[in-house]
Structure formats: structure tokens, C-alpha cells
Design a protein around this ligand. Structure first.
Ligand code: PAF
Length: 281
């Protein structure tokens, strides 16, 4: 497994792979890897001849007062996980490489970024779109894989790729959960033992909503109220949002007559956790 830190070297590697007719699969990450990332790599391994994983904690997607400095990092463990997942290259650029001096370009995906996490994190998706576009330009993938846990991020990237005519196939990979239902996330490490118990209310709430949906309930209001009630029983949980949205536009819907995503964000202690399920016939 190679570790590449420079943009030029990464581009040269990808160019050489492409000219040998190899298909490049790419998994962008911010490190502190877990089984959810391993699953993305596993899928990437199947789809590409060459598998590249980036590890870069992107400063521009964190707002003021968010956890950029404290974001967990563990290079040795990450490198081990990548090696055992059959990764060919870890691309680990510095912030200076990615954001050169005088940098002044931005990418705005104007609509699907507004609702859900966009309300409390108004600059987040601009940072995500920008860094993902940059990472695509460095790694030159044919296919890139993203977790469905960050559902809005996946929709934003799909929109950007379409809008900018990027010749890259975007694959969404289902959320990987701990045995007790908690969606895997690098930020779960912020949870104390008690908070982790409370955090189970997120997946419990979503499972209950899915059950009601399967029994025929189509009112978003009813499903939202059910989920809120389950989560709000936990003293340390502060619900930021629970919403039901169209899976493409991410606009709120009242009656579920087309495929919808039920998405939520909840603050538990210091951790802001997100989760979602797709509701469709
Ligand atoms: O999902 C993440 O870890 C990040 O948002 C991403 C896609 C690697 C961009 O920094």
C-alpha cells in the first residue's frame, strides 16, 4: 500500500493507472475509520482495479465553534484498516496542498443544501462540495463511494457531479450499524457510556417509524411525532430536527406518496449525531 501526500504525485499515479486501462475506485474520508468505512472500501474493491482512500480532515466543512480541532485522528489504526481492506493508495494531503495560498474559488449547490443539516450548518456543504471536487481532481476516479448515513451529503455530491458534468459514478452504500442499532460514526467516540445508551433512541425511533410506515402510516407528522417522543424521553438528548423529505429534492413532505427519507440530527452531550432511513413501498 502506498501513502501519497502530494497532489502532483497523486495525479501522476492516477493518470498512469488510467492510461493502463485500470478502473479507479475512490473512498473519501476524514479518517478515524470504522466498519462503515471498511464497508465502503469493500464495495470499492469490487468495483475498481485500483482502490484509493483519502484521509483529510477538511477545515472548510466545519463551522466556527464546531469540532475541527478536536475531530478524532488515529493514523496508525487507519493505515492498518486500509491495508487489511486491500487499499492500494492512501491519499493524505496537507491543508496547504489542498487549499493553496490565495485560493478563492467555491462551489455552491444551491438548493439541496438548504434544508436538514444546512439549517444549522449553513457553510458545511459548500466545504464538502469543494473538497470532494478537489479530491476528485487529485485522484481522478471512475467511481466514488459515499455512505448513506450522510444522506444529504450523498444527494449534494450526486447533484454536483451531474451539474458539473463530472464523469464519475457516485455509489451510495447502506449505513453500517453496531449490533445494538447505533449508526457507525467517528463522532460516536465523543459519547460517554450513558450517552451511548441514550444515543440508541435514534435508531429505535427510526425503527418504530419504519414499522408504522410498513403498517400503512403515511403522515409525516405522525411519524415525526413518534420519533421525537422516543428520543425526547432521553434527558441528555436535544433534537435538532426530525424531518421527512423527498429523496431527491430534500424538500419536506407531509404525506408519503413517493420515496422519502426520514432524517434526524440530535445532540447528545458533545456529539451531534445524524441518522436516517428511506421509506418506500
Ligand atoms: O463524509 C466525510 O467523511 C466527509 O464529509 C468527506 C466526504 C470525506 C469530505 O470531507
Amino acid at each position: 500500500m502506498n501513502v501519497i501526500k502530494s497532489v502532483k504525485e497523486m495525479q501522476a499515479f492516477s493518470e498512469a493507472s488510467r492510461s493502463q486501462g485500470q478502473k479507479i475506485a475512490f473512498v473519501p474520508t476524514m479518517g478515524y475509520l470504522h466498519h462503515g468505512h471498511a464497508r465502503l472500501m469493500q464495495e470499492g474493491r469490487k468495483l475498481g482495479d485500483v482502490l484509493i482512500v483519502s484521509i483529510f480532515v477538511n477545515p472548510t466543512q466545519f463551522g466556527a465553534g464546531e469540532d475541527f480541532e478536536k475531530y478524532p485522528r488515529d493514523w496508525d489504526r487507519d493505515a492498518q484498516l486500509c491495508a487489511s481492506a486491500g487499499v492500494d493508495v492512501i491519499f493524505a494531503p496537507t491543508a496547504e496542498e489542498i487549499y493553496p495560498h490565495g485560493y478563492q474559488t467555491s462551489i455552491t449547490v444551491s438548493q439541496v443544501t438548504q434544508n436538514l443539516c444546512g439549517v444549522s450548518r449553513p457553510t458545511h456543504f459548500q466545504g464538502v462540495a469543494m473538497v470532494v471536487a478537489k479530491l476528485f481532481n487529485c485522484t481522478k476516479p471512475h467511481v466514488a463511494l459515499f455512505g448513506e448515513k450522510d444522506f444529504q451529503q450523498l444527494v449534494v455530491i450526486q447533484r454536483m457531479v451531474k451539474d458539473l458534468n463530472m464523469d464519475i459514478q457516485i455509489i451510495g452504500v447502506p449505513t453500517v450499524r453496531e449490533q445494538d442499532g447505533l449508526a457507525m460514526s467517528s463522532r460516536n467516540t465523543y459519547l460517554s457510556a450513558d450517552e451511548r445508551m441514550s444515543a440508541l433512541s435514534l435508531s429505535r425511533g427510526l425503527s418504530r417509524a419504519r414499522e408504522l410506515f410498513q403498517q400503512g402510516e403515511r403522515s409525516a407528522l405522525v411519524l415525526i411525532a413518534t420519533v421525537r417522543q422516543i428520543i425526547e424521553k432521553e434527558k441528555c438528548a436535544a433534537v435538532e430536527y426530525v424531518q421527512v423529505c423527498d429523496i431527491e429534492t430534500l424538500q419536506d413532505i407531509d404525506v408519503i406518496s413517493q420515496p422519502a427519507v426520514m432524517a434526524l440530527a440530535v445532540k447528545i452531550g458533545k456529539a451531534r449525531l445524524i441518522d436516517n432511513i428511506v421509506l418506500k413501498e
